[in-house]
Design a protein. Sequence first.
Length: 601
Amino acid sequence: MPKPDMIRRISASCAIAMALVGAASPATARPADPAAPVLRTPPMGWDPWNAFRTVVDEAKILRNAEQLNTLGLSALGYRYVIIDDGWWVKRRQDGSIQVRTTMFPSADLGGGRTSLRPFVDRVHAMGLKAGIYTDIGRNACSQAWDPDSPNLPAGSVREREIGSFDHQPGDARQFFGEWGFDYIKIDACGLADFAPDAKAVQAGQYRAFGPWVVRDQPAASRVDRVAALYAAFGRAARSAAAAAGRPDPAISICVWGEADVADWAHQYSELWRTSPDIRPTWASMLKNFDTAASRAAFAGPGNWNDPDMLEVGNGEFDRDHLVEARSHMSLWAMLAAPLIISTDLTKAPRAIIDILGNRDVIAIDQDRAGNQATVLDRRGDGQVLVRTLDMPNTKAVALINRGNRPLTMTFDVRDGHFAAEGAVARDVWTGAAVPVSQGRVQVALAPRETRLLRISGQPLDPGTVFVQEIPARISVRDTGFKPADRSLSRPWVPVRIGALPDGSPVRVGEQSDATAVGMAPQSRISIALDGRFRRFQAEPWGGKLRDFRVLVDGRPVALGGRASRAGVDVDVSSAARLDLIAPRMVNPGRGYAWSRARLIS
Ligand code: GLA
C-alpha cells in the first residue's frame, strides 16, 4: 500500500504550478494544506556519524545540539538531532532494547531499566526534534563494519540482535510511543552483511541472514522482501506514533542505493539514500551527488533523494577547502537533499559555520515547490543544473567545475527557458549581480568551484512549461522493465529527466534533448495538473506512436487522432492528472522518451 502521503503529495504539488503559470504570488496561490506531508521540505539537522562513528556519547550529542541553537543554525532550519549507530547494548528477553547507559547516562532509570525518553525530552526542551537509528535486519552496520568498536552490542547471539527484524511493532512502540522520537534512520546491514559465508557468522558471532541485499547487484537482491519489510516498519511506526497521540514520524531509509531502493522507497518513507556512505573526499561527494542527480522525477514535497550527510567541515571540505565546501553545499541545495550536518560543531571554525548557515543557499534547498534540479548539460568537467523555484519566473542555476583545472563556462538563459532580454542574475553566495550579456552569463571557475546563481526574467515561451522544469509534479507509478545486469556503477533510472534510463542522451537530430522525459519500457508516470493546463504536447521517442499511451484523468486518449508525425497534442483542460505510459516492447538497454514534453496553459 502506498503511504497516504503519496496522495497528499499530488495535492500539495498542485499549488506549485499556480506560481509557475499564473500571475498570483506564491503567498496567495497556495491554499492551506491541512494534510501537509511529513517533511514537506528536506530535513535539516545534525547526526554524529561522520564526526564520531560509534565513539560518541550523550554529552557530545547534546553539546552539538546546543551549538545548533547558539550558532543560529536551528533558526535556519537545522532541527533534527539524530542518534546514529551504537546506542544499544542488547535486546532483552522481553523483546525491549536496553540502552547503553555508558553512552547515554540519562537513560539509566535504575533497577536495570533504561529509556531514551530523558534524552528526547532534553532535545525537545531545546526546541529541537529527535531522531533514532535502527536496522531493518537482525544486526546493525557497526557489527559488520566496526568490529573493533568499543560500543558494539553485548551478550549472547540473540541478545546482540538489536535490529528490528521480527520486532517491528515492539520497537516502534518503544521509539515513538514510550520515547517520543520524531524521526528514524533505518539501516540495512542486517540484510546484507550477515550471509552464511560472512566471517563473523562462521565464527558463531551472529545468526546467518539471507542475504536479501547483495551490494551492487539489485537483480540478485530480494527486492520485494526488502521493500515489504520497510513498508511494514513504516506502518508500525505510524501506528505507534498515532497510539501515543504523536504526529507521523519522518522515515529515512538507508539501503545505500541498493536493492533498487530509490525506485520504491517514496511509497514508504520521506527520504532514502541513493548511494554508499559519503567520505570526506571530492570524488566521493561527486559520486554520491550523481546518484541523486539522475533521480529528479522521484523527489517532491514529502519525498527526497538522499545522497547522504554533509561532509562540510571534514577532510577535503574543511577550513582549508572552502571552495569545495561551498560546492558541496551548493550541490546538495540544488538536489533538494537533506542537509544533515555531520561535523563537530563545538570545533567548527566560523568559515564552516557560515557555509552551513548561508540563508540564501538554504532557501534554495528548502524551496517550497520541491522541484529537484535537473541536469541541463554535462561537457567534460563542466556541468549545469537548473532548479525551478517557487517564485514566478525564478530559477537557481549551478555551474559546476568538477575538475582540477580552471574552467570558463557560459550559460545561455534561453536554455533555462528565459527570454534573452531582461534576465537578471545574482550570485547566491555573495549576493552580487552577475552580468547577463545578450542572454549569456559567463563565469570563470576555479578548480572544483561551483557558481550558484539565482536568475529571474521573462519566460522564453509564455504559457509553456516543460515537464522537465517541474519534476515535483511527477509521481512514478510503475518502474517497468529492469535490465538484469543493472548495477550502482551503471545506474538504470526508470524515469530519468533529460536522458534515457541508461543515462544516454535523447538525440533529436544533432541535439540532445535536455527536456525529454526518459522512460523504461512499461513504466508509467502521473503528472499532477490540478486543472491548470490546456494541452499536453510531446514527441514520443524511440518507438511507434501507437505504442505509447496517454491517460487524462484515467481515461485513455486516442493518440492517432490528434497526433501528427511531429508528436501528440492532447486536450487536458480542467484535468487533474495526466498519465504517460511507455511502450511494452523491451528495446534492449535503451528505453523510450517523451521528447520536449510540455504543458500549455
Ligand atoms: C551505515 C550507514 C551510515 C551509518 C553507519 C552506522 O554505513 O550508511 O550512514 O549509519 O551505517 O554503522
